[in-house]
Design a protein around this ligand. Structure first.
Ligand code: ADP
Length: 469
């Protein structure tokens, strides 16, 4: 009873255009997908039957079945083009499915009954088993539209009963005969097929309901992400302008050209300036991340010499390296090391890798940057002898707002966004980024690009430029 009420409940969904469209599309998709499986079983059954029974009638029914398969294929194309809006088209498709089902089920039944009729002896194992397989196949794979499933199974049911009654009428046996046993077994099998059909139908409805919920959840999540993104962009923008003027003013006060600043205030102003700058870096990172994710960063690809790129990035971070007393050395590539990229964005990538290497090195340590040609790939690696990264921290290293050591006792600052942004930029260059590291020994971060040869066009393989920032 409960199953019947569930069917009744799911009928409501069927009458909504969404439910109907989905069921029809699922039905046709599966029917078309299984076409070769069905063809193979039809062919095997036809060859087998043709060997033992009248081949002409067997192959005649086989060809009608093949014809309905062709019609199913055509129907598949029509339903693919249907956007689900026009109910008239939906009804037409449904009528055609019903017609195809009726023709195909009647032909299969005639094909099987034909075998049973030709069997002179008592018992119809082969035709009954064919019918049973066809019914189970329908129950499993045609459960998307209840009406169509019932239509097909009813036709098979008639075929079952016809075969069951064939020997009863032929021999008019007493109730103790095995012919009656076969008859009652068939009735039992019919009940079994109806039961599994119902189970598959309800299973399909349940899966569809779950899919609907998942889709709704995804839509909600997308909408929430969109709001978060816009909020982040607006807040970051609004913070950036006043913060720039606050930092500028603090720097002016700190310079104290007129000597008006009380000496006791100087350290406080320095702390405020430093924290203001850290905040500015965080805001820049947030804006970058948001723009990259929204595809709003325009990349201007052109040929770049990897050695020059490295020199420029080292130059930009030399102040920081000097402050920490870390010596940065380079090992340039001796061969041609042209790559394609957006110059400013690649400098941003290199500066991030270098500042991390410096930041996580011990004072007075050493950082080495190497450019090499690895069989047509240009690898730039930044090697340090610093803290190192524990095993299994890759997701954390390249994740958002994630730091391997995020404890309160962490000595070095940072937003945990740098490598996530770096990875996104690198991937937009069709390049890769990775690292090897050993805790307490050091780390090597490396990025690999395709080498630009004379034949290759700069930026030819890259995604189209995103909307301008
Ligand atoms: P952060 O602003 O914290 O530096 P990143 O995204 O640049 O953020 O780096 C993420 C985390 O990866 C860092 O917090 C650090 O734990 C780890 N990491 C990155 N580079 C190195 C390095 N060269 N040596 C050790 N740890 C590193």
């Amino acid at each position: 009873m409960q199953s019947l009420s569930t069917i009744w409940a799911t009928r409501g969904d069927w009458f909504t255009s969404d439910g109907r469209e989905q069921s029809i599309k699922d039905y046709i998709f599966l029917t078309n997908q299984l076409v070769w499986k069905r063809q193979a079983s039809f062919l095997v059954a036809a060859i087998l039957a043709a060997f033992y029974f009248d081949p002409i009638s067997i192959f005649a029914s086989y060809f009608v079945v093949i014809l309905t398969e062709g019609l199913d294929e055509l129907l598949g194309r029509k339903s693919k083009a249907w956007d689900g809006r026009d109910p008239v088209v939906g009804r037409q498709i449904l009528k055609r499915i019903a017609l195809n089902t009726a023709v195909s089920a009647v032909t299969i039944s005639v094909f099987i009954i034909n075998i049973a009729v030709q069997q002179a002896s008592v018992g119809h194992f082969t035709p009954l088993f064919f019918l049973f397989s066809a019914s189970v196949f329908a129950a499993i794979y045609n459960s998307q539209i209840m009406g169509i499933l019932i239509l097909r199974l009813s036709i098979y049911g008639f075929a079952f009963l016809f075969i069951a009654l064939l020997d009863v009428f032929r021999y008019r046996p007493p109730l103790s005969s095995h012919i009656w046993l076969e008859f009652f077994t068939i009735i039992f099998v019919l009940y079994f097929i109806s039961d599994i059909s119902l189970k598959f139908y309800l299973g399909y409805q349940e899966r569809r309901e779950q899919m609907k919920l998942i889709k709704e959840e995804i839509e909600h999540t997308k909408a929430a992400l969109e709001v978060k993104s816009r909020f982040l962009a607006t807040v970051s923008h609004e913070l950036r302008t006043p913060l720039t003027s606050i930092i500028g003013s603090l720097e002016l006060i700190n310079n104290d050209k007129l000597g008006l600043l009380h000496p006791g205030l100087k350290p406080l102003i320095s702390i405020a300036t430093r924290n203001g700058k850290r905040l500015a870096v965080l805001i820049e990172d947030l804006l970058d991340m948001q723009k990259l994710e929204a595809g709003e960063v325009a990349f201007h690809f052109k040929p770049i010499n990897a050695n020059n790129l490295v020199s420029e990035a080292i130059e930009s971070t030399s102040g920081y390296a000097n402050k920490l007393g870390i010596h940065v050395t380079t090992e340039p590539c001796e061969e041609d090391c042209q790559i394609t990229g957006d110059h400013n964005r690649l400098i941003q990538v290199m500066v991030n890798l270098l500042s991390n290497a410096l930041k996580f090195s011990y004072e007075g340590g050493a950082v080495k940057v190497r450019v090499e040609n690895l069989c047509g790939r240009i690898r730039i690696s930044v090697h340090d002898k610093g803290l190192g990264i524990p095993n299994g921290a890759k997701d954390c290293v390249f994740g958002k707002f994630s730091q391997v050591d995020s404890s309160d006792v962490r000595k070095v600052g940072g937003t945990g966004l740098g490598l996530n942004i770096t990875k996104q930029i690198v991937e937009r260059h069709n390049a890769t980024i990775d690292y090897v590291s050993e805790l307490g020994v050091g780390s090597t971060f490396y990025i690999e690009f395709d080498r630009l040869t004379n034949g290759s066009r700069p930026g030819a393989n890259f995604e189209p430029l995103a909307k301008s920032a």
